[in-house]
Design a protein around this ligand. Structure first.
Ligand code: GRF
Length: 223
């Protein structure tokens, strides 16, 4: 059963993007083929003209732009973003390559109902350039994490991780492509769990099927 549904049994959500939108595409595909019990109320980009907005339009999902550059302060931008989101009454807000740091006030407004995907095995490599840094760090394994969003950047409780090997001739692009393929699997998976009411954030911890998740779910292949 859905955690909070719109009466159709489908979880209403809003997706925030800044660019390419390949994770968005995986979510749109899941909504279309019925594997994800969700209704995407809108896709919102803080950058105009990005590929993700086209993907939304192609799927007949409202594609909105809120260009952060037209607001004089971060707070003004966030006020506009928050009211745009809240008018859509989503039960879940998905950050899918959304490249603006959000204030603690904004994040706390969506506590327990905002997810992000990050291209590293958190808590390793928070922040940017994760693939370069994993290569520089001599990692043999790398991956991606889906987590609840909390005020500290890339530090919220992790729900699920996918792992990939780092190969001897990898460069950041080849490694990023291998990780991205897994992102497109674990993000829809985590969203489905949330929509089915299987994952809940309680006191800064993830509960899965009524049990405290002591460590993230791991995609097969993690060591
Ligand atoms: C992904 O690598 C995601 O993990 C990170 O930003 C990238 C977005 O890619 N947060 P896309 O826009 O979903 O293609």
């Amino acid at each position: 059963m859905a955690a909070v549904s719109d009466g159709s049994g489908k979880l209403p959500l809003v997706v925030l993007i800044s660019g390419r939108g390949s994770n968005l595409q995986a979510i749109l595909d899941g909504a279309r083929d019925g594997s994800l019990p969700i209704t995407i109320r809108a896709v919102i980009s803080n950058r105009p003209g990005v590929q993700g907005l086209d993907r939304a339009r192609q799927a007949a999902v409202p594609a909105l732009t809120l260009d952060h550059k037209v607001y004089s302060t971060r707070q003004d931008f966030e006020t506009a973003l928050r009211s745009t989101i809240d008018e859509l009454s989503p039960a879940l807000v998905i950050l899918a390559g959304f490249m603006r740091v959000l204030s603690p006030e904004f994040v706390m407004h969506y506590a327990g109902r905002m997810l992000n995907i990050h291209p590293s095995l958190l808590p390793k490599y928070r922040g940017l350039h994760t693939h370069e840094r994993a290569l520089g760090g001599g990692e043999r394994e790398h991956g991606a994490s889906v987590h609840f969003v909390t005020p500290e950047l890339d530090s919220g409780p992790v729900i699920v991780q996918a792992c990939v090997p780092v190969l001897p001739d990898d460069d950041p692009d080849s490694l990023a492509a291998r990780v991205l393929e897994q992102e497109h699997k674990i993000y829809p998976l985590a969203i489905r769990w949330f929509a089915e009411g299987r994952i809940v954030l309680r006191e800064q911890q993830v509960w899965f099927d009524g049990h405290l998740l002591s460590e993230p779910k791991r995609w097969p292949g993690c060591h």
